[in-house]
Design a protein around this ligand. Structure first.
Ligand code: 3PG
Length: 436
């Protein structure tokens, strides 16, 4: 069954590709996002959760008798995590149970020879797509379809599968260039992400509670503006620097040290926007107390009398937020509540994650810090939980932005699955949502 977007357009899945075109004996180019944190000293992969997630799609395609050519980026040129994908191939083999051959080439003669020789059920992982300078360019699908990157690989494969939700916000050749040229579909990870996010737009899943913390205050404010304009949030529970911004916007004293920090980070400039949201009646809660540090001493201070540097939300806040979450049908948690790198300030985030997952709501969690906390609490296998692979892509999605990777798949569907377009008019609306 296809994935249904919020604009009512349908995106083909692997099943649709199989049904209409057949996968046995075909060659599939599979774009995944196995971009992982890398130890700068040893080059070791520190967290292989994305590799584990995509191994499901690799196995699925291989078991259907397709020859699978896997593409991914890792890091950005010039950064310490910009590495080859050799280690990723070993882990992809281990998790998928299918031998994954690594080719230290992307579009050169060696890569093309190995793709041509690839047999049914066999899997190749090409090297880091960002070794290609074209991959750094952001451009429209039509332009990238003509890039050397795409032109070299496209004739060697029959289909394109995009499983890289976490890179769907990039308009780069490996994401948007191929779908225009061949029948394309979403992979299993992308399908799962879209199905979970679709719940954000379902009328039944209310009340919807958003718990927003973390350091990306500019992005979070954009999310809040979008949520409020679309009446998508029944309650927003703020933590971290976002909470401090809204306390200032409410005219509440957060203490000199915290105010100075907001100023240094350019966050005080956002106060008028935060105030506007409050004036328009956004249903937003701010903390009642904080865990702070004063002269190396950890304290709990009530809001209004904060003297120390804010490091986490306090117990009264956890209690109030947990009560609110009990009523929710859908909870989105994005960004930690405190400085979780320090174990003394991890409790607020741990308590919120626990309260959300133990409520009767469906829970969507995004961001590396919270994902690590879910594993630490041993709650990762809960049925009411979706852990998103998306970082920037999830933020932009929540802020209502159109994701180029999905737009390219829609363009592809109108060409190679016209029956889907006929079923679902209204393509001008932004974003994605449900699974039909
Ligand atoms: C991510 O980790 O957010 C994705 O892999 C995208 O990486 P990028 O921000 O370097 O494009």
């Amino acid at each position: 069954m296809p994935c249904k977007l919020r604009n009512q357009r349908l995106l083909p899945t692997i099943d649709d590709l199989e049904e209409k075109y057949g996968l046995k004996g075909s060659k599939v180019l599979l774009r995944v996002d196995i971009n992982s944190p890398i130890d700068p000293e040893t080059g070791e992969i520190l967290d292989d959760s994305r590799i584990r997630a995509h191994s499901v799609t690799v196995r699925d395609l291989a078991e259907r008798g397709a020859a699978v050519v896997v593409l991914s980026h890792q890091g950005r040129p010039g950064e310490s995590d910009f590495t080859s994908l050799r280690r990723h191939a070993e882990l992809l083999s281990k998790h998928s149970g299918v031998p994954v051959e690594f080719v230290d080439d992307v579009i050169g003669p060696e890569a093309r020879r190995r793709i041509s020789e690839l047999g049914p059920g066999e899997v190749l992982l090409l090297d880091n797509t960002r070794l290609m300078s074209e991959e750094i360019i952001e451009a429209k699908p039509e332009r990238h379809a003509k890039s050397i990157f795409v032109q070299r690989l496209a004739p060697l494969v029959n289909y394109y599968v995009n499983d890289a939700f976490a890179t769907a916000h990039r308009s780069q050749p490996s994401i948007v260039g191929f779908p225009l040229l061949m029948p394309s579909a979403v992979g299993r990870v992308m399908e799962k992400e879209l199905a979970a996010l679709a719940r954000l737009y379902s009328a039944e899943e209310r009340p919807r509670v958003f718990v927003l913390g973390g350091g990306k205050v500019h992005d979070t404010l954009r999310i809040l503006e979008y949520l409020h304009a679309n009446k998508a949030a029944d309650r927003v529970l703020t933590a971290g620097l976002v909470a401090e911004l809204f306390l200032v916007a409410k005219g509440i004293d957060i203490g000199e040290a915290n105010r100075r920090l907001l100023e240094t980070k350019g966050i005080l400039a956002l106060v008028p926007r935060a105030r506007r949201l409050l004036l328009r009646g956004i249903p937003l809660e701010t903390p009642l107390d904080f865990v702070t540090v004063v002269d190396d001493e950890v304290r709990v201070e009530p809001v209004g009398a904060v003297k120390g540097l804010i490091r986490d939300i306090g117990p009264q806040t956890v209690k109030m937020y947990s009560e609110i979450m009990k009523e929710a049908r859908l909870i989105v948690l994005r960004g930690p509540a405190g400085v979780v790198e320090d174990p003394r300030f991890r409790e607020g985030s741990r308590a919120l994650v626990k309260a959300a997952i133990e409520s009767s709501a469906f829970v969507i969690i995004g961001g590396g810090h919270l994902n690590a906390i879910v594993s630490e609490l041993g709650l990762q296998d809960r049925e009411n939980l979706h852990i998103s692979t998306g970082g920037g892509a999830l933020l932009l999605f929540l802020a209502g932005e159109e994701l180029p990777g999905l737009v390219a798949l829609q363009l592809s569907a109108s060409k190679f699955f016209p029956e889907f377009a006929a079923q679902a008019p209204g393509h001008e609306e932004k974003g994605v949502a449900t699974r039909s």
